[in-house]
Structures are given as C-alpha cells and as structure tokens.
Design a protein around this ligand. Structure first.
Ligand SMILES: [Zn+2]
Length: 116
C-alpha cells in the first residue's frame, strides 16, 4: 500500500470532521491499524508529518496508533487464535486442520478524533 496516499486520505477525513463540527483544528486522532492491513506504521507517520507542515489545522495533531493483532476463528470448532507475530501466521486450526477465518487484523480506520 502507499502510505502517502493513506496519510492524505486520513487528512481529508480529518478536514471533513473539522468542517462539519465547526472546529479550528484537530488536536488528536486515533487510528486503528491491523497487523495485516498492509500499512507500514512508520511510513504512515512519516507521511502524515510531511503533510502536517503544510496544513495548519493539523499542525499540532497528535496521531495515536492502536495496533491490532491478527485474530482468527475456526469455522468448525469455533476456537479463536490470536497471533502477535505475523511471521508465524498459521491459518489452519491445529485441531480440525481447517482454514481459519480472519476476524481482526485488516483494520485501517479512524476511531477517535478530538478538536477545538
Ligand atoms: Zn477447529
């Protein structure tokens, strides 16, 4: 994914929220980013910082990141598994040998915004 484009779309969402609520600036924004969303958090923060220099209303915005681990459920036995390391992602239920369905980990959403 292209973090520059994602950062730009985050900024546009923040601009809409600012306009719709009659705010002058956004003080903080919280993003939920899944481990397998394809987003490189450092690259996204870097891209956001670059845009911050050009947009007054987000100049002092604190960007918080909630990192979401991959969670998957077996459709046969219903057991859920959480993976905190995507390197050893085994998407097969050890009991049923069936593929797991992903519940969490693909998130890329703005969950909280504060402004003034
Ligand atoms: Zn199972």
């Amino acid at each position: 994914m292209h973090e520059g484009a994602i950062a730009q779309s985050v900024v546009e969402v923040l601009r809409d929220i600012k306009d719709q609520n009659g705010l002058l600036s956004i003080t903080s924004a919280t993003l939920k980013i899944g481990a397998i969303s394809g987003v490189v958090v450092d690259a996204l923060l870097f891209a956001f910082e670059a845009i911050q220099k050009e947009e007054d209303f987000i100049k002092d915005t604190k960007l918080n990141i909630i990192y979401v681990n991959v969670k998957a459920r077996c459709s046969i036995c219903g057991k859920t598994f959480e993976f905190d390391n995507t390197d050893d992602l085994v998407m097969i239920c050890p009991d049923c040998q069936m593929p797991l369905a992903i519940i969490n980990g693909k998130e890329l959403e703005i969950v909280d915004v504060e402004g003034q």
